[in-house]
Design a protein around this ligand. Structure first.
Ligand SMILES: [Fe+2]
Ligand SMILES: [Fe+2]
Length: 189
C-alpha cells in the first residue's frame, strides 16, 4: 500500500505544479496578446484541480485519515516563475508534461495500483490519464495554429468536474471520458 500512497502523493504534486504553472502561462499568453491560448491554459489549469481533488480523496480513503495537501506539496514560487517562457515554449513544455503523465507516470501508477488491488487509486489515476491525453491534444492543436499564424477564434471551453476532461465548444450530452451527464461540465471564462 505504501507504494500507492507515494504514487498518489507524487501525482498530487505533479498536478499542483501543472495547475499553478498553467495559470502563469495564461498570464504570459495574455501579455503576448493570445487571449484564446490563455483561455485554454486557464481551462486546463482548472481541470488539473479536479485531478488533485480526486487523488486527495482516494488518498484519504486508502489511508483512512485526513490529508493535508500543504504537507505533500511545497510550492516554490520562484522555481515556478522560472519555468515560464514565451507562449510557444510554454505550449511545448505543457505538451511534454502532459505526455509524460499519460505515457509514463499514470501508466505505471495504474499498473501498480491494479497489482495491489487498490481500485480507488487505480480509478483516479485512470480518469486523470484519459484527461491528460485530451489536454495534450488540445495544446498540440493550439501550437499548430500558432505556428501557422492562424487566428484562434474565441470558443466556449467546458471542463468536466468529475474527471477533468476539457471540451472545446458546447459541453456534450455525456462526458466521453467518465460518462457523467452534461450538467457536470463547467464553462470556463
Ligand atoms: Fe493535464
Ligand atoms: Fe468527465
Amino acid at each position: 500500500m505504501s507504494l500507492i500512497v507515494d504514487h498518489l502523493k507524487e501525482a498530487i504534486k505533479g498536478e499542483t505544479n501543472a495547475k499553478l504553472k498553467y495559470v502563469l502561462f495564461a498570464e504570459q499568453a495574455e501579455k503576448e496578446n493570445y487571449p484564446e491560448i490563455a483561455h485554454l491554459f486557464r481551462a486546463i489549469s482548472s481541470a488539473e484541480s479536479i485531478h488533485i481533488k480526486n487523488h486527495t480523496q482516494a488518498l484519504a480513503k486508502i489511508t483512512n485519515s485526513e490529508v493535508n495537501i500543504y504537507e505533500i506539496v511545497k510550492i516554490n514560487d520562484d522555481e515556478l516563475k522560472k519555468q515560464v517562457k514565451d507562449t510557444r515554449n510554454n505550449l511545448i513544455q505543457a505538451i511534454a508534461g502532459e505526455t509524460f503523465e499519460f505515457k509514463e507516470m499514470y501508466k505505471s501508477f495504474i499498473k501498480d495500483a491494479k497489482r495491489e488491488d487498490l481500485y480507488l487509486a487505480e480509478f483516479s489515476f485512470d480518469l486523470a490519464r484519459k484527461a491528460e491525453i485530451v489536454h495534450s491534444k488540445l495544446y498540440i492543436q493550439y501550437l499548430k495554429k500558432l505556428d501557422k499564424k492562424e487566428n484562434i477564434e474565441p470558443i466556449e471551453i467546458n471542463v468536466c468536474s468529475i474527471c477533468g476532461n476539457v471540451v472545446l465548444g458546447e459541453a456534450p450530452k455525456t462526458c466521453p471520458n467518465c460518462d457523467h451527464e452534461k450538467k457536470f461540465f463547467k464553462k470556463i471564462d
